[in-house]
Write a protein that binds this ligand. Structure first.
Ligand SMILES: *Cc1c(COP(=O)(O)O)cnc(C)c1O
Length: 426
């Protein structure tokens, strides 16, 4: 399988962009070697510039739950393009997308559209601080919420993969009000609330972690966040940028029956175009300018193309309810991968919720960053390249979740398992 064109293009990219990429997770830092350069996507497949075909399990890191090139989404974007690509003024599509989000996500009463998950979390934290009049925030080690300065501590996959858990350029002052705690540890959380309860603006967390590999929350951990936030008047800020519309139509909050005060969404909500959102309780969201005083704005926010893609994607998910099918595919894949790993004598553990999952190499169940970090990343890198050679494109880091789309077939899954088996035994 030739990778000549990919190599040539990436060599040129290295001269043009830092590390040759526009986002570090793409650079294969976690597995070594050079990234593939892609030309197009078709359903569950990606085709690189050398004409190689891969079954895609990255799905643009989450958004492509309908697979690449869904016809209805494409038609919606085409229709929007013909009417004009940006006005910087209200459009009816913004209402339609907001209505869909409010209808589908249980806790959201009012919503603001932004352009990226990073913007959503940055803004939601500002609103939580503006609403409570408090400064301190809690985040969890290994949770990633975008490249917001105050959140770039112990920030999971891309940062950890590249060995920079704490970025230069983020001043100590910026992170001074950020308290980092271990995930899945209700006692540690309670202790901090005991000490700082009156100064805490919010707790931001991934309700299922995707950014240190898939890590499942203990029910008592989620319950503790809810209880302590309510008791101390802090905002429970659930970051559903990855899990929203992925693990259930109403996200992890619907799946687990936990009601946050604010929610951030991204990835699927834009159907592959740059859009994200934050929303929640109306009494909190009414603090956002111009209803309230908390400043947040965006020239391209609520963009016609992006809202068109988002509306089409959420409408399809609502009409077709693909979640039972995604659950079947996820179960088939991870059962097969677990068996392949066991047969190869590789210590492993599997974590999965519906169509997001991780096969961890190494001993023990992963519950937090300390246990995730013990994974055998070299074994993962070998596994990854063995899959590439067999036409399967997996996440290029042990610490990233894989995603399945509705266009994956049982046959694709079985081909993947066979490739994994061959790769593990090579
Ligand atoms: C991807 C992600 C973000 C950041 O979103 P961007 O659109 O990349 O800025 C934030 N939070 C979580 C949980 C994510 O998975």
């Amino acid at each position: 399988m030739s990778r000549t064109r990919s190599h040539e293009i990436f060599q040129r990219a290295l001269q043009l962009m830092p590390g040759g990429v526009n986002s570090p997770a793409r650079a294969f830092g976690g597995v070594g070697g050079e990234p593939l350069v892609f030309e197009r996507g078709e359903g569950a497949y990606l085709i690189d510039v050398d004409g190689n075909r891969y079954i895609d399990y990255i799905g643009s890191w989450g958004p492509m739950i309908l697979g690449h090139g869904n016809e209805q989404v494409r038609a919606a974007i085409h229709a929007a393009v013909d009417q004009g690509t940006s006005f910087g003024a209200p459009t009816e599509r913004e209402n339609t997308l907001a209505e869909l989000i409010i209808e589908l996500v249980p806790s959201v009463e009012k919503v603001r559209l932004v352009n990226s998950g990073t913007e959503a979390t940055m803004s939601a934290i500002r609103v939580a601080r503006g609403f409570t009049g408090r400064n301190k925030i809690i985040k969890f080690a290994g949770n990633y919420h975008g490249h917001v300065d105050s959140l770039l501590v112990a920030a999971g996959s891309a940062a950890a993969t590249l060995g920079v858990p704490n970025s230069p350029g983020v001043t100590p002052g910026t992170t001074a009000d950020t308290i980092v705690l271990p995930y899945n540890d209700p006692a540690a959380l309670a202790a901090v609330f005991e000490q700082h309860g009156d100064d805490l603006a919010c707790v931001i967390f991934e309700p299922i972690v995707g950014n240190m590999g898939t890590v499942i929350p203990k029910p008592e951990f989620l319950a503790a966040i809810r209880e302590l936030c309510t008791k101390h008047g802090a905002v429970m800020l659930m970051d559903e940028v990855m899990t929203g519309f992925r693990v259930a139509l109403g996200g992890a909050q619907q799946l687990f029956g936990v009601t946050p005060d604010l929610t951030t969404m991204g990835k699927i909500v834009g159907g592959g175009l740059p859009i994200a959102a934050y929303g929640g309780r109306a009494d909190i969201m009414n603090h956002v300018l111009p209803a309230g005083q908390v400043f947040q704005a965006g020239t391209l926010s609520g963009n016609p193309l992006a809202t068109a893609a988002g509306i089409a994607t959420l409408s399809i998910l609502k009409e077709t309810n693909p979640y039972p099918r995604l659950e079947q595919l996820g179960e088939r894949l991870m059962t097969g991968l677990a068996k392949a790993a066991a047969d190869a004598g590789a210590p492993y553990s599997v974590a999965r919720v519906g169509s997001m999952a991780t096969l961890f190499f190494g001993a023990g169940t992963v519950v937090d960053w300390d246990t995730a970090e013990k994974s055998d990343t070299e074994r993962y890198a070998d596994f990854f390249w063995g899959l590439i050679d067999r036409g399967v494109y997996f996440p290029c880091s042990q610490f990233e979740a894989l995603f399945i789309s509705v266009t994956h077939t049982d046959e694709d899954i079985d081909t993947t398992i066979a490739a994994a088996r061959a790769s593990l035994q090579a």
